[in-house]
Design a protein around this ligand. Structure first.
Ligand code: SAM
Length: 256
């Protein structure tokens, strides 16, 4: 295998990074040896990790298609990750060519590789943390009309934040128009081998699996779409993807 290219300036490749590991698990090329080694160690001990990544990504695509088909033409995707095949703007614009997408991620690698691939006539990318709702909403308002409903996509990002997700999401929902959707996936603590959880905490301390009640709380006061807050592979599945060692929960709510 040829050696990795020189990382872009300012990119730390001495430690694995979530965006790059996920990219590797999905078969992407924006990752480094440290990320692949981390993923390989985990996959060896806990087969199915890559499967979780595919389950998550396939859910994002189903949800974006569904919400676009409902007539929503603006998407705010935070924790967008590195560009893969069928990014949110491609999925949404396959249904509505005028759908606008604003991508946000806090990892500079996504900025380095993502901007060129994620930006287009109707899509934009900004670097920020999901925790900084004022910054994100100010950036989003440059590209989206926040007086109209949007789809707020938080897929596999809130478990990288130490803050409880419900109050964090509520800070955004407060500013979003009625009819807006919020779509979330999150890893949970229930029914997971405690040895897996310990190893994850040890090797990837930035990740915060939570009890399912913490994720359900995000949807308090929202109209929750069927089938509710359930394992992502069971949320309106289109194919049968067996789950890996980590449970990943998904839900979609609509602000009345
Ligand atoms: C597992 S990837 C998910 C990518 C994509 N949302 C998906 O579901 O396919 C998690 C992404 O969240 C980003 N992330 C982690 N913490 C973040 C934060 N505080 N603010 C914004 N993005 C964050 C990571 O850089 C990474 O790109």
């Amino acid at each position: 295998m040829s050696p990795d290219p020189e990382p872009p300036p300012g990119i730390d490749v001495s430690r694995p990074a979530a965006a790059r590991i996920y990219d590797h698990l999905l078969g992407g090329s924006h990752n480094y040896a440290v990320d692949r080694q981390f993923a390989a160690r985990f996959e060896e001990e806990w087969p199915g990790i890559a499967q979780n990544a595919r389950i998550n990504r396939s859910w994002v695509q189903r949800v974006v298609r569904l919400i676009a088909a409902e007539g929503i033409d603006q998407f705010l995707d935070i924790g967008s990750g590195l560009p893969t095949a069928q990014n949110v703007h491609q999925v949404a614009q396959a249904i509505n060519p005028n759908a606008k997408v604003m991508y946000v991620d806090n990892d500079p690698i996504v900025l380095a590789h993502g901007r060129a691939l994620l930006e287009g006539p109707h899509s934009a990318y900004e670097q920020a943390s999901v925790q900084d709702h004022e910054v994100v909403l100010a950036q989003a308002s440059q590209h989206l009309d926040l007086s109209q409903p949007i789809a707020f996509v938080l897929s596999a990002v809130l478990h990288y934040v130490a803050e409880e997700p419900a109050p964090l999401v509520a800070r955004y929902l407060h500013h979003l128009a009625p009819g807006s959707y919020v779509a979330v996936t999150h890893v949970i603590t229930e029914d997971v081998d405690p040895a897996f959880t310990r190893q994850l905490a040890d090797q990837f301390p930035d990740m915060h699996p939570r009890p399912i009640a913490s994720i359900q709380a995000i949807f308090d006061g929202l109209e929750v779409l069927a089938p509710g807050v359930v394992d992502a592979q069971l949320w309106r599945p289109e194919e049968n993807l067996p789950i890996g060692p980590q449970r990943l929960i998904a839900g979609v709510g609509r602000k009345a």
